[in-house]
Design a protein around this ligand. Sequence first.
Ligand code: ADP
Length: 303
Amino acid sequence: MITVQNLTKRYGDHVAVDDVSFVCKPGQVTGFLGPNGAGKSTTMRIIAGLTPATSGSATVGGVAYTDIPNPGTEVGVLLDASAQHAGRTGAEILTLSALTMGLPRRRVDEMLDLVSLSPKEAGRRVRNYSLGMRQRLGIANALIGDPRILILDEPANGLDPAGIHWMRSLLRDYANRGGTVLLSSHLLHEIEIIADEILVIGQGRIVTAGTKDSLLAGAGTRVRSLDDVALFDALRRADIRTQAVPDGGFTTDATPEEVGRAAAAAGVALIELRTGDGAQLEEMFLQLTADTQREQPTPQGAL
Ligand code: ADP
């Protein structure tokens, strides 16, 4: 179990994490979704005892990470796959971890096997690894102490689609055996594939949270018309609350039938009316994080 309560982190005047609370339960893969700069890494670094919180608390298995005597055997952490020592081989990195945690050396081969790094690859220096190989090595390093809790920051970065599905199976098995997983990503489709529970963060705040299924269901109905002003009025008169979508039209928690009836009663012609699906979760994610996205500087040459 990971428990985060009213966590806030300020850097000077800037609030990177703003009163964040959540729980990650055993048996579940919790996806931490938000655009770059939303506060995911800062939250995870605080949980892993690397950054002090300004206020609030974070515990893993009921205690602060820094109070765990041999933390690698309780909590596996992968915060930055590229931060591994570039001059060491993959096998050396895992051997050092095994020795530090007092584990038998055979754990190294077991982990290499688990993440599909061949003996030849394990003998290469990490500076010659692709990002995907570094992620696999980082996951092996996080799992080597057989922890009950895993904290992974953007572990799917650099993995190809087959690698992402591989990771889903690995984490699914881990969670099915009672493990707790907190995993971050700035890409909705990665979280949709891998996670059971989703926490969405924008500008340091949790904007929505729930099971993947409930968030999909909660996406409700998508409706567009030839005249969105008239549609808005018609839905308001029927006590149907709406959220405007940037591309036009609305999303609402009402059913398609309720929306269709309200529009028909007002003589509004609809050009789209459908129930929640994956695309709607994407719309919701874009909507929820639109302000954050707009504040990101546009990279040179991106347009
Ligand atoms: P994410 O992981 O979601 O991309 P981060 O947690 O890395 O977001 O960053 C959240 C915010 O905190 C960003 O605005 C970032 O610039 C800021 N930030 C992160 N670390 C520091 C730091 N050490 N000093 C100052 N600001 C920081």
